[in-house]
Ligand binder design. Structure first.
Ligand code: GDD
Ligand code: MN
Length: 359
């Protein structure tokens, strides 16, 4: 069998105690497979780079020391650019990703048509180990947000994994510029991949030293999501959806006034008719304009219209319930309650339509 060369990119900052164990374990896990390890170190004061150099021959390892930049994600991107393998892997130095997993990733990419293979904590057989409830919740919430806002992550259970492997063509010519440290999100959203496979693993405890990632990285994560939404066109889609919604409100208000004043309908009847017509108006615009690229499943116009209608009705019920509940139960000013209701209904409408009506 022809075995494409693998370069394993390992970002490090102050991992002197872990690196020798990592290199040795990777070496024995990949025995017989052509690979090299490329450590990207941000000039760690504990001599991480020297240790890599010492083991360079024995364990096929090289180190690039950066003095001008710092940060996990940019280190990994620099590693991608310097990697010589046809396959590029990424893993942490602290042994939270067991080296044995890397050999399973390689086997998978060579045995399937996958071009990205992810070591996943969230497929059967995988786990996050002994995390606290709060940490689990934050992690799940982060995955949920990614699925909501970045459609290309939707089939993927662990799009935040720090351990993965891909064929080099996936990112060739693609400009990656992660904001925080979720480099895999960049590869999934911007890379040219046709098939992604997840392989289960258990996230181990850090072998030595401490994590370099703080709570600040959580706000980085949100900025990263927005940046990816912008670069993949999802932000533009959301703005179109808002624009269409605003135009629908004008239609709604004009019609209710017209039906009430000129035709003489009861205001509730006028309101109901105006609501339905504005829903159809919104649907037509969104179908042609906001989600024009999303009809690939060959869904029928009429069933999309039906789903949009149902979703809008749900949004309307959310709006009315919040308006009443916040005003009556919490004593919020009704204008504030209405504003909260509008935002919640908007969120509902956008996400249900984007995952169901035009999936
Ligand atoms: N070059 C470089 N520069 N490397 C860094 C830097 C930096 O500024 N900060 C951290 N690293 C290296 C660490 O030395 C380690 O090898 C790896 O990046 C992961 O850093 P940790 O500090 O151990 O991160 P973590 O364990 O909290 O997070 C890991 O798990 C997350 C999933 O829960 C990472 O793999 C994340 O990418 C992953 O999302
Ligand atoms: Mn770690």
């Amino acid at each position: 069998m022809n075995k494409p060369h693998l370069t394993i990119v390992v970002p490090t900052f102050k991992e002197a105690a872990n690196v020798p164990i990592l290199l040795e374990q990777v070496h024995s896990a990949l025995k017989g497979y052509p690979f090299d390890v490329l450590v990207i170190d941000d000039n760690s004061p504990d001599g991480t780079a020297d240790i890599v150099r010492r083991f360079s021959e024995q364990f096929h390892a090289n180190v690039i020391v950066r003095t001008d930049k710092r940060g996990l994600a940019s280190a990994v991107v620099d590693g991608f650019n310097a990697a010589k393998g046809k396959l590029i892997g990424v893993m942490d130095a602290d042994l939270q990703h067991p080296p044995e997993v890397m050999s399973r990733l390689v086997a998978t990419v060579n045995q399937t048509a996958a071009d990205i293979v992810i070591a996943s904590r969230y497929v059967p057989g995988g786990s996050v180990g002994n995390w606290s409830f709060i940490r689990k919740l934050i992690s799940r919430g982060a995955v949920f947000l990614a699925h909501l806002l970045l459609p290309s992550t939707r089939g993927i259970k662990d799009p935040m994994s720090g351990c993965f492997l891909f064929r080099r063509e996936v990112i060739s010519g693609v400009g990656l510029s992660p904001v925080g440290y979720k480099i895999l999100l960049e590869v999934i959203c911007l890379g040219r991949s046709t098939k992604t496979v997840e392989v289960p693993y258990v996230f181990e405890n850090r072998r030595a030293g401490t994590t370099k990632l703080s709570m600040i990285t959580q706000t980085d994560y949100l900025r990263h999501l927005v940046s990816l939404m912008r670069r993949t066109g999802e932000l533009r889609r959301m703005l179109k959806f808002i624009g269409v919604g605003l135009s629908g409100s004008v239609v709604n208000l004009s019609l209710i006034a017209l039906l009430r004043e000129a035709v003489g309908f009861n205001y509730l009847l006028a309101g109901a008719i105006a609501f339905e017509i504005s829903v159809i108006w919104n649907f037509m615009l969104n179908d042609r304009f906001t989600f024009s690229d999303r009809k690939r499943d060959g869904s029928k116009f009429i069933s999309r219209l039906w789903r949009f209608n149902t979703t809008s009705l749900g949004g309307f019920i959310i709006y009315v319930c919040l308006l009443a509940a916040l005003t009556e139960l919490i004593g919020l000013h009704y204008i504030l309650s209405a504003a909260v209701g509008i935002i919640a209904a908007f969120g509902w409408n956008f996400f249900i339509n984007s995952t169901w009506t035009w999936k």
